[in-house]
Design a binder for this molecule. Structure first.
Ligand code: SF4
Length: 370
């Protein structure tokens, strides 16, 4: 794709068009992602105006808990500091009883969602996933289980001699509430071969999300930005998501995941020296709001960029802060610090009031609860 640099007049025209709800082109999104200096704030202001029109002033969050069943992972992606080999000294995998204990803990914390987030254990089959989902549903009354990325679905299928569609049907019957749009990273195979070479290719990710939609699931969408991809590849990824959303309306939200570089193989082998920058965090949120005219909710994930940057993201097009989480070992092992574990709704409320916005608790599918 040709790189488009915007003159001042062109920038004003693109931002005006997008703020008015007109669809902007992928090359224009790529150009916006490269803004510097005071022009960043123009993009943020246009996105903030669009956010106010699309979803209003309320900031939402979900009371949820992450559950990391295991860090043993068949993929051991270059972008990840969490995945381990089974023989690594700090590898872990909960027993059934330990998993049930964590589910009971989630019930005590009165969460409405459990986010199953773990390594793709090389020994797991569909039965392991079904058992975990059933345990969560038994122990936490009314819980919405959010989990199973397309990569996990493809792996569980191949381990169990099933098609991915049969796997999705069984996961639904076990109680899976919605499909996690993780493992998307950047949906460009030349980038995937560097950052997550063992994960399924981009086309397979899209095929499985389509299949999930066909059998009645909603899904989240994600982008992992700030490692080795270019602004053009970020824009292309967003364009792929926009096209699929036009076709299916399957996505509840976009979760822009800032790449955290510490302790990752990408850092250790010298491919990156830093993760996403503050400029990139603001622009990714703003451009997502302006470009994804069919995506109502743009999340600003505090565990990746910190609570203060999250507040800035909420003033640049974001309308949701994600979940309370209680644990985020994936971000912590990549250098996010212990504050990545829990965002107290009292603190969310303070930050929202500070910028003149309201806070509301939602469920996974964005129904307002309180
Ligand atoms: S990103 Fe996910 S799949 Fe890749 S190594 Fe980490 S836990 Fe495993």
């Amino acid at each position: 794709m040709t790189v488009l640099r915007l003159s001042h007049a062109e920038l004003c025209r693109v931002l005006d068009d997008a703020a008015a709800g007109s669809r902007i082109h992928e090359s224009e999104a790529a150009a916006l992602l490269q803004l510097t200096g005071h022009e960043i704030w123009k993009a943020a202001a246009a996105a903030d105006g669009r956010r106010a029109e699309v979803v209003g002033d309320t900031v939402t969050y979900v009371r949820n808990m992450n559950l990391h069943m295991t860090n043993i992972c068949k993929n051991r992606c270059s972008l990840c500091a969490f995945g381990r080999k089974p023989t690594d000294p700090d590898a872990f995998c909960f027993t059934d009883e330990e998993f049930r204990e964590h589910a009971r803990d989630a019930a005590k914390k009165e969460v409405s969602e459990v986010c199953y987030l773990a390594g793709v254990h090389p020994g797991f089959t569909i039965e392991n996933y079904e058992k975990m989902i059933r345990t969560l549903c038994e122990e936490i009354p009314g819980v919405h289980v959010h989990g199973c990325s397309p990569d996990e679905i493809a792996f569980a299928a191949s381990q169990s001699g099933l098609t991915t569609k049969e796997t999705l049907v069984r996961l639904k019957a076990a109680g899976l509430g919605s499909v996690q749009g993780t493992a998307a990273e950047i949906l460009v195979d030349s980038v995937r071969s560097v950052i997550c070479e063992k994960k399924i290719p981009a086309g397979e990710w899209l095929r499985i999300i389509r299949e999930a939609h066909d059998i009645g699931f909603r899904a989240t969408s994600t982008i992992m930005y700030g490692s080795v991809e270019t602004p053009e590849q970020r824009a292309h990824h967003l364009s792929i998501l926009r096209d699929l959303q036009d076709e299916t309306q399957v996505f509840t939200e976009l979760v822009p995941l800032a790449f955290l570089h510490r302790n990752t193989p990408l850092e250790k082998n010298g491919r990156v020296i830093y993760g996403s920058t503050g400029r990139e965090d603001i622009l990714l949120t703003a451009v997502s709001r302006l470009f994804l005219d069919n995506m109502r909710n743009i999340q600003v994930p505090w565990s990746k960029i910190g609570q203060k940057m999250t507040q800035l993201g909420l003033m640049a097009g974001g309308n949701d802060v994600g979940g309370t989480m209680f644990a985020d070992s994936l971000s912590r092992t990549a250098g996010a610090g212990e504050e990545a574990d829990y965002f107290d709704p009292k603190d969310m409320l303070y930050l929202c009031a500070d910028m003149g916005r309201k806070l509301a608790r939602r469920d996974t599918l964005y129904n307002i609860l309180e």
